[in-house]
Design a protein around this ligand. Structure first.
Ligand SMILES: *Cc1c(COP(=O)(O)O)cnc(C)c1O
Length: 431
């Protein structure tokens, strides 16, 4: 039997005509758990993490998984066991890390709109650092920490004004972006922070965007960050750690992002050259750790050939896979069974949701029939984490594959799950 790997998908291969993830036949999982179904490879996640670990070997580094990419407890657990820290963006994210066995002191808290309640929760838990995103937030964090008799460990997210050359919705390091504090305000903000009794300055951070496929934006950012660290430290405010954020892209469709190991090696050369080689470092990768570790399995419901377009209607939709609708993103779509079924045609692959924006792939050449199972690739990041109940669709189930073992890490959401928090207005009819 021949084995044929799929490009950019290390754990995904046809054995004969059948698609496997690690040692598991994907059609078996679809039969056992139904579709749409997300399936993740633990080995892929650990291999992606290993590239970061190689790049930083011998350094004082914390690799903080940016869990908004995929916050499933079973995924977090993989990174807890691998010794990662976590980059969270809400109090709920923190609860997930703790529920998966993670340590609060390895958690850093990003996001432009942290509430007082979230600050209190994170201070109580004892997180490693708040990545503060504005001067206003700094003042509130100080107040909240003082009211608890604590000092909040703080890093300032700086906006390096670097163009990551990615989709505008996922560019975050430009001056026009809502994220971070502008260059010229960085030193005054650190001076203010150092004077606040409820704040303890511990670091500096940035995050310039997502799905970045070039190394220049990172390397430019390094120089700007180090310039700022020097300026701040000239004011006698020590910066204990430097956090370069996340954002490294993955191969969706022949994309060629830099390899994490190579990129971070180059970055470390720059740090060494400027005398920062021994500094504690952090990174916040999300997509690059999980994106290509996952697929979404879906069944073809109907074929609807037409004059202008042929529609292939599948049971996964924009509520499961929001990236095409949100970012015009490309996901490869392949059949689980590679045997020819009729003859290939060009299809608009769409979901059942009542929106014209509900498409998964344009102009795809596929050889399909109703009942056929498909895999939407590169679905490990920003798919399930952005899933919704639009059209009263329950969110999909999730399976983690580990060698020849598979674990259901999230059961399919039922309509009872969806309606549980709701109530009717008529007396006696509430739930
Ligand atoms: C989303 C996000 C990340 C992770 O981005 P990826 O592109 O998934 O690597 C890291 N840091 C912050 C602050 C983020 O908002």
């Amino acid at each position: 039997m021949t084995t044929q790997n799929l490009p950019g998908q290390p754990q995904l291969a046809y054995r004969g005509d059948t698609l496997f993830l690690e040692q598991i036949r994907l059609s078996d999982l679809a039969k056992a758990h139904g579709t749409p179904l997300f399936v993740y490879s633990k080995a892929s996640m650990l291999a992606a993490l290993a590239a970061y670990q190689r790049g930083f070997s011998g350094r004082d580094v914390e690799i903080c998984y940016a869990m908004k990419a995929n916050p499933a407890l079973g995924v977090i657990e993989v990174f807890v066991q691998a010794g990662c820290g976590f980059d969270i963006v809400s109090g709920g994210d923190l609860d997930r890390v703790l529920a998966a066995g993670g340590r609060a002191d390895k958690v850093i808290f990003s996001g432009v709109g942290k509430t007082r309640a979230e600050m209190r929760q994170a201070l109580n838990a004892g997180i490693a650092c708040f990545n503060v995103e504005s001067e206003a937030e700094l003042e509130v964090l100080n107040e909240v920490a003082l009211s608890m008799g604590l000092r909040a460990p703080m890093s300032l997210r700086v906006n390096p004004n670097v163009d990551p050359q990615t989709h505008p919705y996922i560019s975050t390091g430009l001056k026009s972006s809502k994220f971070g504090v502008a260059h010229e305000r960085v030193v005054p903000t650190y001076q203010r922070a150092a004077a606040l009794p409820g704040i303890k300055v511990v670091g500096i951070d940035c995050h310039i965007g997502s799905q970045i496929t070039q190394e220049e934006p990172y390397l430019d950012t390094v120089d700007r960050m180090l310039d700022l660290v020097e300026e701040v430290e000239r004011c006698a405010i020590p910066i204990h750690h430097i956090d370069f954020g996340g954002g490294l892209g993955i191969d969706y469709n022949g994309d060629t992002p830099p390899d994490a190991a190579q990129l971070w090696k180059k970055l470390l050369h720059k740090l060494d050259a400027r005398g920062f080689g021994a500094r504690r470092l952090m990174v916040e990768p999300g997509r690059s750790l999980v994106g290509n570790a996952g697929v979404c399995l879906s069944e073809v419901l109907y074929l609807k050939p037409g004059d202008q377009k042929n529609f292939c209607i599948i049971d996964a939709a924009m509520n499961d896979l929001p990236r095409p609708a949100m970012y015009q993103a490309y996901h490869q779509i392949v059949a689980l069974d590679a045997r020819p079924v009729s003859s290939a045609a060009t299809w608009e692959v769409v979901g059942p949701v009542c929106e014209s924006g509900d498409w998964i792939g344009h102009d795809r050449t596929l050889d399909v029939k109703p009942g056929e199972l498909l895999a939407v690739l590169s679905a490990g990041a920003y798919c399930m984490s952005m899933a919704s109940n639009y059209n009263s669709r329950g969110r999909a189930a999730e399976v983690l594959v580990d060698g020849d073992q598979s674990h259901l890490i999230r059961r399919r959401e039922t309509i009872a799950d969806q309606m549980r928090q709701e109530a009717l207005t008529r007396p006696g009819h509430g739930r």
